[in-house]
Design a protein around this ligand. Sequence first.
Ligand code: FAD
Ligand code: SF4
Length: 492
Amino acid sequence: MSKKQVFQFLDVPRDMPRKVPLQLRTDGDWNELYGRFGQAEAVHQAGRCLDCGNPYCEAKCPVHNYIPNWLALVEEGRILEAAALCHETNPLPEMCGRVCPQDRLCEGACTLNAGFGAVTIGAVEKYIVDTAFEQGWRPDLSKVASTGRRVAVIGAGPAGLACADRLVRAGIAATVFDRYEQIGGLLQFGIPSFKLDKSVIDTRREVLEEMGVRFRLGIEVGRDVAIGSLLSDYDAVFLGLGAYRYTDGGLPGQDLSGVLPALPFLVQNGRIVTGREPHGRAIAGWETSLSLPDLAGKRVVVLGGGDTGMDCVRSAVRLGAASVTCAYRRDEANMPGSAREVANAREEGVRFLFNRQPLAIESADGSRASGVRVVETRLGEPDANGRQRAEPIAGSESLIEADVVIIAFGFSPRPPEWLDTLGVKARENGRLIVGGEGRLPYQTSHPRLFAGGDCVRGADLVVTAVQEGRDAAAAIARMLRSEQQPVAALDA
Ligand code: FAD
Ligand code: SF4
């Protein structure tokens, strides 16, 4: 590499793709916030990589992408090779490039953070894959030989899609079942379109179908089809069920009118914005037909500081709220949400109140929410998870006035009852137990059932779900290879 290339970061500052102008966002624009790099911008930004020889970015990326290698290919204009390399480690790179909290992952580990600003890895990843798909590139499966084996994947979220991708690459037929009519899981019905345009999921569906993945959508396993019939029709089953048990803060007043649970709010709003229907299936105990109050001109308070909370505050801005406040019980440094999303929310006018623990939702007229009573906190000793506890400060109570309160305290898995009947074990918090005790990685206590993503980890990230789906497929392939007798193909 020439001297000029090595020191390009001295001349070229870190830059992100252009954002939708602020005025449009606050006027209700739902388009993806970040545009896409043009070729020259992508080459410039990719060229900032130092190729430092010890790529911390790769180590910090949960799927261990070959980041410096594909950045070098972009610099050389070899986009199709870069796309193939991206897919070697990541079955859904265009999604991760958009929604990963890069500041905590690859970009957070970039050597250039020491005074120069990290390489914009996520935006280049998005550029590579979007551009390659537009140019007609598709994963090359020409050398894949069919094994005659067949696997059912339950859940078309990132874990299930990643698993299906790797199965078909290993010559194993994959059929993906989902209760919704659209693929994507929370990518489709959860994450708002200003973070991920839904056409990106359509393109991925086309690509997967061309690779041979079959989708059976609008089918809920345990209701429309029995797990027993999948176990007899397929050689193995992967569970990518997600985590949909809503964390109930048990706040007095949470049943008042004007109080909304976060995910149904986002799903219902998303279906209005995109016109896409999850087809009336219940999410986290709430029907998706939740009627949304008009937020225009309202004072909205969102409780919780994770990705879901950030999506709620930024959605409320676009819905014309008069004011949007996020109250979080720890300080900013301890917020689980991505720092970039917090910065975008601030730019869009969201007010953050840190170290505020909600005590109750209050009502002036006994029926509608009129405010949230909070107490200030200070950070104390670490809890069982190593996070400092938020300890209330006596005498520091106050009221945040609100017309609408959105509760975004997070989610945990809820294993369906039919898993019990098969002896599949879960922890007390609902997370399915996989691996260990002589089992393959991602294998549950039932030898033919594997699992990954949020139903195993608890609510986490798209990229960790992708990593687990990918690696579970490798474990399934290993198990099937070690067996002599293929199970007969029964699927019509
Ligand atoms: P899911 O995406 O939940 O998919 C599970 C799928 O299984 C669903 O489609 C469901 O319908 C299906 N299913 C479940 N049971 C059955 C059944 N019995 N029969 C048929 N189908 C079934 N992560 C990020 O990295 N970045 C972000 O910016 C981000 N933002 C988020 C915003 C919100 C509002 C939320 C809620 C989460 C966000 N996350 C984000 C987290 C991320 O979306 C999840 O960690 C990820 O989607 C988990 O993938 P999964 O495949 O395990 O589950
Ligand atoms: Fe970074 Fe996520 Fe891409 Fe890994 S998958 S390089 S963490 S954006």
